[in-house]
Design a protein around this ligand. Structure first.
Ligand code: NAD
Ligand code: UDP
Length: 315
């Protein structure tokens, strides 16, 4: 009899998904199935996993239902995550989050599987409460250029809670704050990959607006650790914030990147601030600490050094 836990990871070839799969396969008791349509990723992120006997890949779009058997856990990550990518085809993004969550929840219901939603700090919108606590309902523009993603994730959270209350599905919701690390796509438009690659290529560092807006950056191994803890938790649906509380202005962040790439001749330039760009963002992690015993441990400097090495290697 096969006693391996069968774990489905949607969005499994993406940045976070491939890092999560790499961690999950390490436990010989897990059999990991990554599912993805390669919308914002490609096979290179999982090439090292495809050779393993406890890993398999299914190319599939979560907007379409899928029938799988014997699944014990689902990490539901499939969705474009970078503003540049989610705004490219907003209707696709919204459908991915709503249709995709509906399909994966039905799969969990059929399999009696536990299912975790990768939600986002974007559900807080341009927050009026700072730092953001899970009990804050947010300040989201329902008709703006970010709403396909923000409202898509908010709708996904709603579906998760309703499948929990109505059908008893064993759900978990995490709200991820800005995360970075190896296996990010170098041109997906997020600030960390942009600034590092601009600095490595001696191109202008593009700050949007005056750079006074803030973000709090989390290294991917901290997130993966928090996700696995959340999946293993009992009697706790969340939502729970997973992020690094150390907050920086985007201008300071640009300086930090330049400090770590000292031979770069890049200059900082200022571009228009995109509409609805949140002015501040920082997680309150008290709940994650209390319920999961989780806190991020990787400093921005250490995480950035690893990420810079990764982008140098794939150049
Ligand atoms: P990513 O773009 O690298 O990965 C997303 C993956 O989902 C990609 O491989 C993409 O091809 C896949 N995908 C998209 N639409 C799909 C569809 N319809 N069917 C199947 N696959 C599809 O982004 P990421 O940073 O790894 O984000 C992963 C998840 O975490 C997303 O749900 C995102 O919203 C969430 N999240 C990430 C961050 C972050 O800072 N990285 C922050 C908040 C939330
Ligand atoms: N940003 C920037 N220059 C870039 C890319 C992003 O100044 O080249 C800013 C962006 O306007 C935002 C912050 O950096 O204020 C984080 O952007 P990102 O797209 O990484 O994620 P967000 O948190 O906005 O979803």
């Amino acid at each position: 009899m096969n006693m391996q836990k069968r774990i489905l990871v949607t969005g499994g070839s993406g940045f976070v998904g491939s890092n999560l799969c790499s961690e999950l396969v390490k436990d010989g008791n897990n059999y990991v199935i990554a599912l993805d349509n390669y919308y914002t990723s490609n096979e290179s992120n999982i090439a090292n996993l495809l050779v393993l006997s406890n890993f398999e890949f299914i190319e599939h779009d979560v907007i379409e239902a899928i029938d799988l058997d014997g699944i014990d856990e689902i990490y539901h990550l499939a969705s474009p995550a970078s503003p540049k990518q989610y705004q490219k085809d907003p209707v696709f993004t919204f459908r991915t989050n709503i249709w995709g969550s509906y399909n994966m929840l039905n799969l969990a219901l059929k399999n009696k599987a536990r299912i975790l939603l990768a939600s986002t700090s974007e559900v807080y919108g341009d927050p009026l409460v700072h730092p953001q606590v899970e009990s804050y309902w947010g300040n989201v523009n329902t008709i703006g250029i970010r709403s396909n993603y923000d409202e898509g994730k908010r709708g996904a959270e709603t579906l998760f809670m309703d499948f929990y209350r109505q059908y008893g599905v064993d759900i978990k919701i995490i709200r991820i704050f800005n995360t970075y690390g190896p296996k990010m796509e170098k041109d997906d438009g997020r600030v960390v990959s942009n600034f590092i690659n601009q600095a490595l290529n001696n191109e202008d560092i593009t700050i949007y607006g005056d750079g006074s807006q803030t973000r709090s950056f989390q290294y991917v191994s901290d997130l993966v650790n928090g996700m696995i803890r959340m999946m293993g938790s009992e009697n706790f649906t969340g939502p729970v914030n997973l992020g690094n509380p150390i907050e920086r202005s985007i201008k300071d962040f640009a300086q930090e990147v330049l400090k770590l790439i000292p031979d770069s001749s890049s200059k900082i330039v200022f571009k228009d601030l995109p509409k609805d760009d949140p002015k501040v963002r920082k997680p309150d992690n008290s709940l994650a600490k209390e319920k999961l015993g989780w806190e991020p441990g990787v400093s921005l400097e250490d995480g950035l050094k690893k990420t810079i090495e990764y982008f140098k290697d794939i150049k």
